[in-house]
Design a protein around this ligand. Structure first.
Ligand code: ADP
Length: 448
């Protein structure tokens, strides 16, 4: 019913009261008394309706609706309509919530919401299975109690969630989980834990395969190179074969270098220490490296300089670090034209230790830079082969840096040169003044 009609009904009702009051006034001879009585009944009825309306609006289960008459009909119809649309909205929200819960429960990854105090606020089904927490624990349990690992705690507190970390499942030692964290709202965290056991297994199989194949190739290659050596020294009888022997020698040397690089890469990838962790005398190592670099440059006469903070040492694996630094320096020589400049620097910047190699070489186009540390990625395959490159150098650099908590930055301008920068965190820095001479590893030895 429209509001206009309700008002008409109300006016009719009022008119009926007036008519009754007039008749009563004439019949009784007290017209003012009759009007007063009719007015009191009219106002009393509206007050009663108001009271019932108020009670019904508050609790429609226990109070009945006021009489739907006159203006009250419009008010009651409006309230009923409002209530129905509210119920429909509630139902819709409930359905949305249920389908959200069903979809998060269907997720194979454990998902948790944690508040600013570290208390778990919400979990999905997979979290109960992968982490052994129950729905009853929600709002009562701190997330730090799930993993008995200080790594987990410090990762959460660090506020740097760019790189995910791997953790063992608290309910099954054989299950490896990858943790990703996304902050949201003001201080809340969304934690996602993915079971990566199978991926990890496949990765181990791949690494083992590469390591085994490389290892198996080592001995036959040594034998082949041994025979080639003898053939080269065999004298006149082999003269006509010399060009072929030289070609074979070059190719087998390349193959041998690839095998050695692959073996080193597998060792570093598998986290197998190549040598024990020690305090490495980087300035001494760079001194030796500069001499090797000059030999390698030979007639190309690069202008190689090196500047090192003599007191700045590094905690790590000497042989791996030798390999890291030499790969960057030898690349600078390989990709810089004769008489180009190569600057090697080792210094402190803020509280980090920095190793940098600058060259005035051919440079690298920007689109190649993100892919340089992939295995066998070369910008120019022909040039890399000619310079004796295996395509594994920068992959080794990246893995050695990872193992030493370091970071690689590459800045390059095509045609004018490149700078490769390795940054090591304060936890890896050591100062020579604070150490006994015997503790410091000597840089002597072959550069890998
Ligand atoms: P490679 O054995 O081919 O040198 P790396 O992994 O060491 O393999 O390097 C990958 C590629 O990056 C190289 O093939 C080369 O194209 C490019 N590169 C590396 N260092 C430099 C540099 N200093 N200047 C120009 N290009 C470089």
């Amino acid at each position: 019913m429209s509001i206009g009609r309700s008002w008409w009904h109300e006016i009719l009702l009022l008119a009926a009261f007036v008519v009754v009051a007039v008749i009563l006034g004439i019949v009784s001879g007290y017209p003012s008394g009759a009007f007063l009585l009719a007015g009191a009944i009219y106002i009393g009825w509206h007050l009663l309706q108001m009271l019932r309306y108020h009670a019904w609006m508050r609790d429609s289960e226990n109070y009945s609706m006021p009489i739907s008459l006159g203006v009250w009909k419009a008010a009651i119809d409006g309230a009923v309509e409002l209530r129905q649309s509210e119920r429909r909205r509630e139902k819709q929200l409930l359905q949305m919530l249920e389908s959200f819960q069903a979809s998060t429960n269907a997720l194979p990854d454990a998902t948790l919401v944690v508040d600013e105090s570290g208390t778990i606020e919400w979990i999905n089904q997979a979290a109960t299975r992968l982490l052994g927490i129950s729905r009853h624990d929600v709002s009562r349990v701190k997330v730090s109690s799930i993993f008995a690992s200080s790594r987990f705690d410090s990762y959460l507190k660090n506020n740097n969630y760019r790189t995910p970390i791997k953790l063992t499942s608290p309910v099954d030692n054989g299950v490896l989980l990858e943790l990703r964290v996304a902050p949201f709202d003001e201080n809340k965290l969304l934690l996602q834990l993915r079971d990566i056991s199978r991926l990890e297994q496949l990765e181990t199989v791949r690494q083992d395969f590469v390591a085994n194949v490389s290892h198996e190739m080592r001995t036959p290659l040594t034998v082949i190179r041994g025979y080639l050596e003898s053939m080269r020294d065999a004298g006149e009888s082999m003269d006509e074969w010399q060009p072929v022997i030289e070609q074979l020698d070059r190719q087998s040397a390349r193959l041998q270098q690839i095998v050695e690089d692959l073996l080193l890469l597998s060792r570093v990838e598998q986290g197998e220490a190549t040598g024990i962790e020690e305090i490495v005398d980087v300035p001494g190592l760079l001194e030796a490296l500069q001499t090797e670099a000059r030999l390698l440059s030979g007639e190309r006469a690069h202008r190689i300089s090196h500047q090192a903070d003599e007191k700045l040492l590094l905690k790590g694996h000497a042989s791996e670090l030798r390999s890291l630094f030499s790969n960057l320096v030898f690349n600078a020589i390989a990709y810089t034209p004769p008489r180009g400049v190569i600057e090697i620097r080792w210094f402190m910047e803020g509280d980090s230790a920095v190793f940098s190699v600058l060259d005035t070489g051919i440079g690298i186009e920007q689109q190649h830079i993100p892919r340089l540390t992939e295995r066998f990625y070369r910008v120019d395959e022909g040039r890399s082969r000619k310079s004796g490159g295996t395509g594994l150098g920068l992959a080794i650099v990246k893995h050695v840096l990872n193992r030493h908590d370091g970071r690689l930055e590459i800045e390059s301008h095509y045609g004018s040169g490149s700078t490769f920068v390795c940054r090591f965190p304060p936890s890896r820095v050591a100062k020579s003044g604070s150490l006994e001479a015997a503790e410091v590893s000597s840089p002597a030895g072959r550069i890998l």
